[in-house]
Design a protein around this ligand. Structure first.
Ligand code: AHR
Length: 507
């Protein structure tokens, strides 16, 4: 039995709803056949956008969606994606050499903002600072945000169907500028940031500008960048961090050791959060900026998704990837991916004072995805259910938890037996307990000094008969969420490799 104390008088910070955000790139099957089916499609859609996916995103109250990349962002010209669709140019997608797909620009600024509005999410645009100029990005901001009828670009927006401004608040200043986004050194990027941020900020009040941050555990990057940016700290609201867990065996048939190794990799995000936050504080920028973890999740070897071979889309294998199966980077998602998602979101809650936003990569038909879709087929992955069951934390106040979480040891590493977070909102306490043990059940006794809880609770349990369980087109409900009301005596009981959220009224 684990004994955990939830400290009602030790509030970490508000869990910004944007910690539960999403990332969508023009890559593989994310947009074309995933989100976008086209207005004339027999697949139910709203103005070309897949209806079922929109409904599922509404159910989890998705707060923010990042777009258009990723690496794709760094070759994107926003002007290609406005105006009548039939006149839009076809371009070489960033990922063309990997999957042979060209970019038709059917989804551009208007379609993406429509997608966000239908869901009730805020758009977060990643600006191309490698292959355009500050003026191009300033123009994009003008096009999106200037009041109706004011500027020439606001009038162009109106001609293209939207009199009202889009009000895009979040802007990334480049993506992975140490790699695909310009292959820069930290110092060079920092000077570019200062230039772009000045011109972007000046175009529109109230923007949150996000600095392109480190990959995984590169501690040099944030130091090199923030040292140069610090004098213009006012112009930075977020420092980005990308944190993918690398491969730990096959995504569908991993061993017990690989289960734990994958979780160890995922839990290391906390070290990255602490280190990066240390640089923000060290350079005295914490009053303006928090972390934005705008790509995270498991990155398994490709080819485990259900999409057909590219030839079925009429696309020949790409030169860099002649063996490619299905959509680029499309992967299946098992209970292990769900566990990574739950443990990661728990860590985000527990570090809510340091994080402004986080967007999981990527929404559909790709890396750690919530959905798989193709033609009229559409399913939710176990990861979707984690976002569903944990949504009660969004906007709550995260509370400090102490006590022993146990330890599972392997030869070279160990992990805690459980992952846990708690928050209060509107007179209710929400606790998520993920049992990371793949063979044993967990029981945790919670105490809440200073709070008294009702004797019944609402529960959501994500469990399965096998840690490899996943949903497929043939068996779309193999892993589902069970919601129920039940007695609450302060003890949470969770089966192996399962996640439980309990929500209890405070009396
Ligand atoms: O999510 C896939 C790719 O991973 C993104 O395009 C890039 O930003 C990262 O390297």
């Amino acid at each position: 039995m684990f004994h955990l104390t939830v400290h009602g008088d030790d509030r970490i910070a508000r869990v910004e709803p944007e910690l539960y955000g999403h990332f969508t790139e023009h890559i593989g099957g994310v947009f074309y056949d995933g989100i976008w089916v086209g207005e004339d499609s027999p697949v139910p859609n709203i103005r070309g956008l897949r209806l079922e996916l929109i409904e599922k995103m509404r159910q989890i109250h998705a707060p923010v969606i990042r777009w258009p990349g990723g690496c794709f962002a760094e070759i994107y010209n926003w002007r290609d994606g406005i105006g009548p669709r039939e006149n839009r140019p076809t371009r070489i997608n960033w990922w063309y050499r990997d999957d042979g797909r060209l970019e038709p620009n059917a989804v551009g600024t208007h379609e993406f903002v429509d997608f966000c509005r239908l869901i009730g999410a805020e758009p977060y645009f990643a600006a191309n600072i490698t292959a355009t100029t500050p003026l191009d990005i300033r123009d994009w901001i003008d096009y999106c945000n200037s009041p109706a009828g004011s500027t020439t670009l606001a009038r162009l927006r109106e001609q293209n169907g939207s009199r009202e401004p889009f009000g895009v608040k979040y802007w990334g200043v480049g993506n992975e500028t140490w790699g695909g986004g310009g292959n820069m050194t930290g110092e060079v990027y920092a000077h570019e940031y200062r230039k772009y941020a000045m011109i972007m900020d000046n175009a529109c009040a109230g923007l949150e500008l996000i600095c392109s941050g480190a990959n995984h555990s590169d501690w040099h990057w944030p130091n090199d960048v923030l040292r140069v940016i610090e004098p213009s700290a006012r112009l930075m609201s977020g420092l980005s961090l990308h944190f993918y867990c690398g491969a730990a065996g096959d995504p569908l048939s991993f061993s017990e050791e690989e289960w734990y190794r994958q979780l160890r990799q995922a839990l290391d995000v906390e070290r990255a959060i602490e280190r990066n936050w240390g640089f923000v504080v060290g350079y005295g920028m914490e009053k303006h900026a928090r972390l934005v973890i705008d790509e995270w999740g498991c990155w398994h070897p490709g080819g485990t998704g259900p999409s057909p071979h590219m030839k079925e889309y009429g696309i020949e294998p790409a030169p860099n990837n002649p063996q490619m199966v299905g959509n680029l980077f499309e992967q299946q998602s098992t209970m292990r991916d769900a566990m990574v998602a739950a443990a990661t979101l728990n860590l985000f809650n527990n570090n809510a004072d340091k994080i402004r936003m986080a967007t999981v990569a990527q929404l559909v038909n790709n890396l750690h995805c919530l959905f798989l879709a193709g033609g009229d087929r559409f399913i939710c992955t176990p990861t979707y259910h984690v976002f569903d069951m944990m949504q009660g934390h969004m906007g709550g106040d995260a509370l400090r938890i102490s006590g022993s979480k146990g330890e599972i040891s392997r030869d070279r590493y160990s992990i805690p037996g459980v992952s846990v977070s708690a928050s209060v909102k509107e007179g209710a306490l929400t606790v998520t307990l993920a049992n990371m043990n793949v063979t044993e059940s967990a029981e945790a006794e919670l105490s809440f000094p200073g709070m008294s809880a009702a004797d019944t609770a609402s529960y959501a349990l994500l469990t399965a008969s096998d840690p490899h369980a996943h949903n497929s087109y043939e068996d779309p409900e193999a892993v589902g969420l069970r919601r129920y009301e039940g007695p609450f005596d302060g003890i949470l009981r969770v089966p192996p490799f399962s996640v439980l959220t309990a929500s209890v009224k405070l009396t």
